[in-house]
Ligand binder design. Sequence first.
Ligand SMILES: [Zn+2]
Ligand SMILES: [Zn+2]
Length: 161
Amino acid sequence: MPLSRWSSRHKKTFGKKKEKWDGNFRLPPKPDSYYVETKGSCRWCGNTILNEDGTINTRKTWHEDCATEYLLIYHSGEQRAQLWNRDKGKCNHCGCENRTWHADHIKPLVEQKHVKEEDLDWSYYSLDNLQTLCKKCHRKKTNSEVKLRGKKKPVYKKWSK
Ligand SMILES: [Zn+2]
Ligand SMILES: [Zn+2]
């Protein structure tokens, strides 16, 4: 989706108080910069947006890359579009090509459940952690994950003295 088409939709969140994160690990909390309207500063990473000549671009409030990253996390349709661009619907497990492909998180997002805001592992939300799976392979993977979770208690690594 071109940046211009959706960035205006987000204007209404400008100046709003940052909401307390509800702990939904599927939708991680947005950074403080998301809520502050500063011309020429990115709502995602908070850094300055520069023109090619090095001056500050005061017309923009998103870096292209940051917008892509943002959309990957918060817009499921855009997430599918980005995954399609990379995999073209080909199952990463069995290699079949199917119209009803699924988007799967390689490291399951549920592992971020109950993780505190400051301890969230953002690699879970990256395109690198997404793969295309056919319906069959996706079901298999999900089933085995549920089994694993049922058996294993979470292991918390601690530094031993
Ligand atoms: Zn940025
Ligand atoms: Zn498959």
